[in-house]
Design a protein around this ligand. Structure first.
Ligand code: GDP
Ligand code: ZN
Length: 325
């Protein structure tokens, strides 16, 4: 049977209809970024940089700060404007924590950069640093290292700074020295954050909240503004929140983000997470090599030849052993 031909007029009508649908969609739906979501409180930053309070369609699943969403205004003339989130845009990544009863809990989405903060006092724990780096590489997000409290530098702890630089700078990670209390290295930190959405992670006591105060001097005022925009007004710093930094870029912060302990990773993810060991992947004599004692282990050979750092290989082996248990 011959295909039915459309007349010129019909074609014009269809194309006019399509244009109309497209323009209806354009005027009705908008894109935004979730600043915070806690209980019924869902606050979204619009593309025109307005902060609005949103309702949520039931069936969208978990929505966390950093999520990019599509919303419709309910009443554009109301003050403040109200809207309903109708869709969640695909995520680049999702930061999850091990929550209640070992269940993974979503904390934040679309993170570009993980700033691993350590300090001279308390001293850095290299295994923890490596765990954070491996977690960041697997998100995936770009990691960098900050050594804070550099004002406490003296002859007894100078080796800490030298070691961190020689291990991590060599494999391509940026290492920055800061003092949150003496305002050293803070401008460099601001410029490192300027084009990205970042999180600060690290041990308690290394100075993360002090750095956040340097980066967001009016953080309490900002939280107040966000709470005012919300109907509940119960916002506290315990809820993960996306802040736009006056110096450019965004910071996602909450106590839960700062001390996030990476969820358990499998062996392939651990291998992927040690960036300088990637070239040795698949090069061991045995496919199931544990990279500890086997003959023909490419990683042991690289270590013997001095191509890779012993402390990093120790972390790698420990992480693999921990993954087995
Ligand atoms: P957090 O637990 O990582 O958030 O660490 P805090 O920001 O609460 O800092 C812990 C302690 O270290 C506080 O007493 C801070 O005043 C102090 N501290 C933070 N940054 C620095 C710094 O750069 N130099 C020095 N000497 N002390 C700092
Ligand atoms: Zn091996």
């Amino acid at each position: 049977m011959a295909k039915r031909r459309l007349t010129e007029r019909q074609i014009r009508q269809i194309s006019a209809k399509k244009t109309q649908i497209a323009s209806d969609t354009d005027t009705d739906t908008h894109n935004g970024t979730v600043l915070t979501h806690h209980g019924k409180e869902l606050i979204v930053n619009t593309e025109s940089n307005e902060t609005i309070n949103c309702q949520l369609r039931q069936n969208l699943g978990t929505i966390v700060c950093g999520d990019r969403v599509v919303f419709n205004y309910l009443d554009i003339n109301s003050e403040p404007k109200t809207a309903v989130v109708v869709a969640l845009t695909e995520r680049d990544n999702l930061l999850e924590k091990t929550g209640f009863a070992g269940k993974a809990k979503a904390v934040a989405a679309n993170i570009d950069q993980v700033i691993v903060v350590c300090s001279l006092v308390p001293r850095p724990n290299s295994y923890l640093i490596d765990r954070y780096l491996v977690a960041a590489e697997n998100l995936p997000a770009s990691p960098m290292i900050v050594i804070n409290k550099i004002d406490l530098l003296d002859d007894t702890n100078e080796h800490i700074v030298n070691d961190i630089n020689s291990i991590y700078d060599t494999i391509g990670y940026r290492v920055l020295e800061t003092s949150a209390t003496r305002n050293m290295g803070i401008d460099e930190l601001k410029s490192m954050l300027a084009d990205s959405t970042s999180i600060l992670v690290g041990l308690s006591g290394v100075g993360k909240s002090s750095l956040v105060k340097d980066l967001l001097p009016d953080i309490d005022i900002r939280i107040g503004e966000i709470s005012q925009a919300s109907s509940e007004g119960k916002h506290t710093t315990t809820v993960s929140t996306l802040y736009s930094l006056p110096s450019g870029g965004n910071l996602i912060d909450s106590p839960g983000v700062r001390d996030f302990s990476p969820v358990n990773l499998n062996k392939a993810q651990i291998m992927e997470g040690f960036i300088e060991l990637r070239p040795y992947r698949g090069k061991c004599k045995f496919a199931n090599c544990s990279h500890t004692h086997e003959p023909g282990c490419a990683i042991t050979e690289a270590l013997e030849k001095g191509e890779v750092n012993r402390q990093r290989v120790n972390s790698f082996r420990k992480m693999l052993a921990d993954a087995e248990t």
